[in-house]
Design a protein around this ligand. Structure first.
Ligand code: GUN
Ligand code: ZN
Length: 419
């Protein structure tokens, strides 16, 4: 079993227990320890390492479930890719049946890859949010999501208004936030697709619902930055747009956050905001390289994210690998424990859920995976040379795929593979 006794970015370590076990009751972890002691104290509620390595469920801090049908689409850059593939696909989600089947496919992919919680952008349609949370609830998963708000610079059939975006979001918050394990995230897509009036209404919504997250995009591509400067000429930089409307604080999660100025970086730290790092997407769309080490050193929380469908993989192994490569290109080295933390406890922290998910400890929700660290002939061979758990985990990061995920547990019950 693996877990963390703190963040490996600030003195904490990955803890490995050979032959580990968990005691579970009512979806909550009661105790962690050796299989022997747990079996003795909790004979009826123990889950042991037998047959695989127990690990915290992965957490994906930023993704777009409606883009499942257009992942792996060719595009010249972000804005071209949005217009050519993403917007036409998202327009389909006004149909509740279409949204329901997409949500089913999405959660199949999420679970196949050992992700127990994701934070998803839905589309402008309330039906897309209903489909997402209903499917998560059906599977017993903790889920974060919200209706995208866009009232300009999007096709006619994908625009709401300042008023309807606000009112629909408020109704969805009433319906879903805190229902079971659903958490609503207030979701303006990004500054270019909202008018000042919509951002103002969004700020009011955020003020009225202080326990909802706020998720959006920030500083992903240079062309987008130039567009923001053109649309909001009075602001000093991109983040200042969100600050003006009260959208930057400890519950804000900004996707990408690559081309930040010193002022923006300091302001993110000062406001206690979080960054969702999306390395596969950033490489695929040619966006640039997020400064993960520098952001964390400055006190900004960072979580790892697939950003699917802009991201190229539902796998957190691929995403950790990509984070390692992106950091290396910047001259930063992320250790196996740090990478794994970003994909679990770090992402949970970014989503304001550090005491609930992303780690294995008494009192936390029983969301975990059982991993086969020798899932392919190559991994089988490679781990024979591993001299530490970190080496074994790094081999997973570089070489493993969904075949490594033998089982997924959520809320204390096995949810994957489906019975
Ligand atoms: N910026 C605004 N919308 C999107 C999106 O759907 N994907 C990515 N990668 N960036 C965005
Ligand atoms: Zn995104």
């Amino acid at each position: 079993m693996i877990r963390f006794d703190g963040s490996p970015f600030s003195g904490g370590a990955l803890v490995y227990e050979e032959d580990g076990a968990l005691a579970l009751a009512n979806g909550i972890i009661q105790a962690v320890g050796s299989a022997e002691t747990i079996a003795a104290s909790f004979p009826d509620s123990a889950v042991a390492d037998a047959g695989g390595l127990i690990a915290p469920g992965f957490v994906d801090a930023h993704l777009h479930y409606p883009q499942i049908g257009v992942i792996a689409s060719w595009g010249a850059d972000l804005i071209d890719w949005l217009n050519r593939y993403t917007f036409p696909e998202e327009a389909r989600f006004g149909d509740p049946d279409y949204a329901a089947t997409a949500a089913q496919s999405y959660f199949d992919e999420q679970l196949r890859h050992g992700i127990t919680t994701g934070a998803s952008f839905c589309t402008i349609h309330p039906a897309s949010v209903d489909a997402y949370f209903a499917e998560a609830a059906r599977r017993g998963l903790r889920a974060v999501g919200g209706k995208v708000m866009m009232d300009r610079n999007a096709p006619d059939n994908l625009r709401d208004t300042a008023q309807s975006g606000h009112d629909d979001s408020a109704a969805l918050i009433a319906r879903w936030h805190g229902s079971g394990r659903a958490s609503y995230a207030i979701t303006p897509r990004f500054a270019p697709t909202s008018t000042p009036a919509q951002l103002e209404a969004t700020g009011a919504l955020a003020a009225a619902h202080p326990d909802c997250l706020i998720q959006t995009h920030l500083s992903e591509q240079h062309r987008e930055l130039a567009w923001v400067a053109e649309l909001f000429p009075e602001e000093t930089d991109y983040l200042a747009v969100y600050e003006r409307y009260g959208l930057v604080g400890p519950r804000s999660v900004f996707g990408h956050a690559i081309h930040l100025t010193e002022r923006e970086r300091a302001a993110l730290a000062e406001h206690g905001a979080a960054i969702a790092h999306c390395p596969t997407s950033n490489q695929f769309l040619g966006s640039g390289e997020c400064d993960v080490g520098g952001s964390l050193a400055q006190g900004i929380r960072v979580g790892l994210s697939t950003d699917t469908g802009g991201g190229t993989s539902y796998s957190m192994f691929d995403t950790m690998k990509s984070a390692y490569e992106v950091a290396a290109r910047r001259g930063q080295i992320l250790t196996p424990a740090q990478l794994w933390w970003l994909a679990t406890a770090g992402a949970a922290d970014a989503l304001g859920l550090p005491d609930k998910i992303g780690n294995l400890a008494p009192g936390m929700e029983a969301d975990f995976t059982v991993l086969d660290v020798a899932s392919t002939p190559l991994l089988h061979r490679r781990i024979q040379r591993a001299e530490s758990i970190e080496e074994t985990l790094f081999a997973q990061i570089i070489l493993a795929d969904d075949r490594a995920v033998k089982a997924v547990w959520s809320d204390g019950a096995k949810v994957w593979p489906a019975a």
